[in-house]
Design a protein around this ligand. Structure first.
Ligand SMILES: [Zn+2]
Length: 307
């Protein structure tokens, strides 16, 4: 069976995937508990071996999605949302426990795009972009049926394109990056800013609570998503010029809010889109959004098809 490991800023999901794309078993770890990669990987390895034993199966290959990883050598470095700053070779760490098993590594957002192509809504689609809206923001770009890695695997760092000159400070050292506005952390900042501007005491500083407030019709929380959609839609319209996709998919925990985010995003996207792309790009939610926590596992497992 294939194994998918999705190392995210908040959770690490580990799962076994059968040949029909079903997640037959999975496990979840809190990524932030692990200060060094060695401790995280030993726990992941234990989990994989335990699941293989319980399900009486063997592991044919392992795909690992992780922020800021070089797909060629499995080295992770300077990932903003991970405690270990590296450089650390996850390839070497995994090899200790899986000396013979084929291992595949990829940036988590690109793994999500590959998951969309193999298991989700992008089957047979040659040109698409997948935006993952989570703790941070990720992007996978597929052109002519191929995922774009770029030099050192650094292609598609759209999260650090500057959308607001001299805007919010970003972890990358610059100001006004897209991620500071449309990720879960960015949405928290927008909510707190709007509360301050309206002289209202914030009801929460947690992303999930803000999402719940919006779903229950709280006007400041709703305005927060309006503002988020405006910036996201503009960013996607700019991005369209880069690779002329036929589809853009929104994925990740933040996308689960649904139309509250999609409606303002689509409006800003259409308003800012170059004339030649109008009516030619479908902006949709990922087909794996309903798979929720298993979607990252499927994306990572899809890496095993890259041989
Ligand atoms: Zn940045």
């Amino acid at each position: 069976m294939r194994c998918g490991v999705d190392i995210g800023g908040t959770n690490t999901m580990i799962g076994l995937v059968d040949k029909n794309g079903n997640v037959v078993d999975y496990d979840c770890l809190k990524t932030g508990k692990y200060e060094v990669a060695f401790d995280l990987v030993v726990t992941i390895a234990y989990s994989i071996l335990r699941m293989a034993k319980v399900n009486q199966t063997t592991i044919d290959s392992i795909g690992v999605g992780c922020p800021n990883i070089n797909p060629e050598n499995g080295v992770v470095e300077k990932a903003a949302n991970l405690k270990f700053k590296g450089p650390v070779s996850l390839l070497n760490e995994f090899r200790r426990y899986f000396p013979q098993t084929p291992l595949f590594f990829e940036n988590d957002a690109r793994a999500a795009a590959l998951g969309e192509a193999i298991y989700g809504s992008a089957k047979g689609i040659r040109d698409f972009i997948e935006i993952t809206l989570g703790t941070g923001l990720g992007c996978g770009i597929v052109i002519n049926g191929k995922i774009v890695d770029g030099n050192r695997g650094m292609a598609g760092e759209v999260c650090h394109s500057i959308l607001v000159p001299n805007g919010r400070e970003c972890g990358c050292g610059r100001k006004g990056c897209l991620e500071q506005y449309v990720s879960a952390n960015g949405i928290i900042k927008t909510y707190l800013e709007l509360c301050q501007r309206n002289d209202i005491v914030p009801l929460t500083q947690e992303y999930r609570q803000i999402a719940n407030l919006a779903l229950n019709g709280d006007p400041i929380a709703l305005e927060t998503y309006q503002e988020t959609g405006k910036i996201l839609g503009l960013a996607l319209a700019n991005l369209a010029c880069f690779s002329s996709p036929s589809h853009i998919f929104l994925f990740g925990g933040v996308a689960q809010i649904g139309d509250i985010l999609m409606t303002p995003t689509r409006k800003a996207f259409e308003e800012n889109l170059l004339f030649c792309y109008k009516d030619n790009i479908k902006l949709e939610f990922s087909g794996l959004l309903a798979a929720s926590k298993n979607a990252g596992i499927l994306g990572a497992a899809a890496l095993c098809t890259r041989q």
